[in-house]
Design a protein. Structure first.
Length: 185
């Protein structure tokens, strides 16, 4: 039971960190990053499909993304999808590829992005603490039903708290790194 609770806690906290990493990758930092287009859906042949299923997205230089559709008929739909996204990007096409210049960030936009990164970090901390609570409840139930001793409970609770503290520290580091990337970008 002790090991199950610790595995539950570790897995849940890692999932929260993975979600945070994906969220932070989507936050635009002034440099070209294909991950900022991950959420874009393209109307392709009557169905909405993720952009990466209808085209390849690559970085041409620090301020330019290049999108090469698998089918040229999707170029207009890709351009339309990017224009309608809330990313503030302005794509252009030459009939073969779509170029998406990444404009430099204004100071106000940088502050908004830093706030977005902090919000994502706070959500991750909440998720980590929720996993800790679930694992602690599982352990307390086990002690209540006499499956584990009081000493084992105390030790396991301490281990889960140490794990939680480490993950929260990692969340802070990830957010801090993204913040400096946004402000320096």
């Amino acid at each position: 039971m002790l090991q199950e609770a610790e595995e539950l806690a570790t897995d849940g906290m890692e999932k929260a960190l993975d979600r945070l990493r994906r969220e932070l990758a989507r936050v635009r930092a002034g440099r070209a990053n294909p991950a900022i287009l991950d959420e874009i859906k393209v109307d392709s042949y009557g169905s909405l499909m993720p952009l990466k299923q209808v085209a390849t997205v690559s970085v041409a230089d620090a301020r330019l993304l290049v999108i090469k559709p698998y089918d040229r008929n999707n170029i207009a739909a890709i351009e339309r999808a990017i224009n309608h996204s809330q990313l503030g990007l302005n794509p252009s096409t030459d009939g073969v590829i779509v170029r998406v210049p990444i404009p430099p960030l204004t100071e106000e936009r940088r502050r908004d992005l830093v706030k977005q990164a902090h919000d994502a970090g706070e959500d991750a901390k909440i998720a980590v603490r929720q996993v800790r609570r679930e694992a602690n409840d599982m352990l307390k139930e086990s002690e209540k039903s006499k499956e584990i001793s009081e000493d084992d409970l105390k030790r396991a609770l301490d281990n889960i708290q140490k794990l939680t503290d480490g993950k929260v520290k990692l969340v802070d580091e990830l957010v801090s790194k993204k913040e400096s990337e946004i402000l320096d970008g």
